[in-house]
Design a protein around this ligand. Structure first.
Ligand code: AMP
Ligand code: MG
Length: 346
């Protein structure tokens, strides 16, 4: 199937693109859409045959459930139940972070097909902030299922070109909404009633950070379960094999860990690109990419992570060596992606 890329560079082209995307969704097709996190591969969430096309295009195993995107805050209640004992906190989170990169895990309503949730009694829901995505959902009028628009286990795309690299010919349309503003997948949480404070359990770290969530309850991080590689994930996005570049990647925790083998070509993925961090001068690197060349801000590193990993992966090096980033704020999510990239298949 030929894949077209539809522009959103003027109001006129945006309107035409939105109409085409909505028509395809209504016809039970899949469409790649820009979100503020990464590009998503969307279909009508309530049509199992349409959702099946997402799994087929991504080659995603059916035990890995999808995120459901709703067109409004109130539409949450059409796909999920909000248990009374956590309702206050759930409403606070929705009011504070939606539309935005926070996904809530809640008991699902029967209208959500089992294929979306992998047969689980819960559904992962969020309202996306991207203006084009938002307008498409408003026109479509219902929820869409939309995981990241990559092949299973590969790097998440943060531009229309990166979607094409992985999925060209497997879908009719990619809506080009430019580069993603956040660059990392949404934070996924589950709320649990507890005294004296509710517990907000982070199942997948992302752009909404611990500091932001702390105002609404005690924040806990679900353990990194490397053992779930081949079985249903207890928590979203927690499969051990994920984000695997073809090139072997090694995440260092200190400069002293690096020993070069003669004859191998090494590329460095640096955090700030500064000599004083101790990694730049370790070796005559064949290539260096810097996650945050400006101010060393973690948000900038998050936006550029998948883009630069993809570029290094195409460079044909024997190994990508990654510097650690500080494990705070969105740095937690960046480190998690780098750890997963370092244990994937080659
Ligand atoms: P993606 O959008 O590709 O990052 O995928 C969304 C992630 O959410 C997947 O990795 C799933 O494992 C996870 N997920 C979605 N729904 C559920 C659910 N009901 N229970 C547990 N995990 C979920
Ligand atoms: Mg994904």
């Amino acid at each position: 199937m030929p894949t077209e890329v539809a522009p959103t560079d003027s109001e006129q082209s945006t309107r035409e693109t939105i109409a085409r995307a909505v028509a395809l969704l209504r016809a039970g097709e899949i469409v790649a859409l820009p979100t503020e996190t990464v590009y998503g591969l969307a279909s009508d969430a309530l049509d199992p045959a349409a959702v099946e096309k997402i799994f087929a295009a991504k080659e995603r195993p059916h035990f890995d459930p999808l995120i459901v995107h709703v067109p409004s805050k109130t539409a949450l209640h059409e796909v999920a139940e909000v248990p009374e004992d956590t309702a206050k906190t759930v409403v606070q989170l929705v009011e504070t972070f939606w539309p935005g990169p926070l996904t809530l895990l809640l008991p699902k309503r029967p209208v959500v097909p089992d294929i979306v949730t992998s047969g689980l009694p819960t559904v992962a829901v969020r309202q996306c902030e991207h203006p084009v995505f938002h307008r498409i959902l408003k026109h479509f009028g219902g929820p869409v299922a939309a995981p990241s628009a990559n092949r299973f286990g590969k790097l998440s795309p943060t531009s229309a070109a990166q979607v094409l690299e992985q999925l060209d010919g497997r879908l009719p349309l990619v809506v080009d909404g430019g580069a993603c503003a956040r660059g990392l997948e949404s934070t996924i949480v589950r709320v649990r009633a507890a005294a004296p404070k509710p517990v907000i359990e982070v199942l997948r770290p992302g752009p909404v950070t611990e500091v932001e969530l702390k105002k609404f309850g005690r924040v806990e991080f679900a353990g990194r379960n490397a053992e779930v590689e081949d079985s249903a994930p207890e928590a979203p996005g927690m499969l051990a094999v994920h984000y695997a570049p073809r090139t072997p990647l090694r995440l260092l925790s200190a400069p002293s860990e690096f020993v070069a083998e003669p004859g191998r070509r090494y590329a460095l993925l640096s955090y700030r690109g500064q000599e004083k961090d101790g990694y730049l001068g370790l070796h005559p690197w064949d290539s260096v990419e810097v996650l945050s060349p400006g101010s060393g801000r973690l948000a900038e590193a998050g936006i550029r992570l998948f883009h630069l990993l993809g570029r290094l992966d195409r460079g044909g090096y024997d190994e990508i060596v990654a510097e650690p980033v500080p494990e705070r704020g969105i740095g937690r999510a960046i480190l998690e992606k780098l750890r997963k990239a370092s244990c994937g298949p080659r």
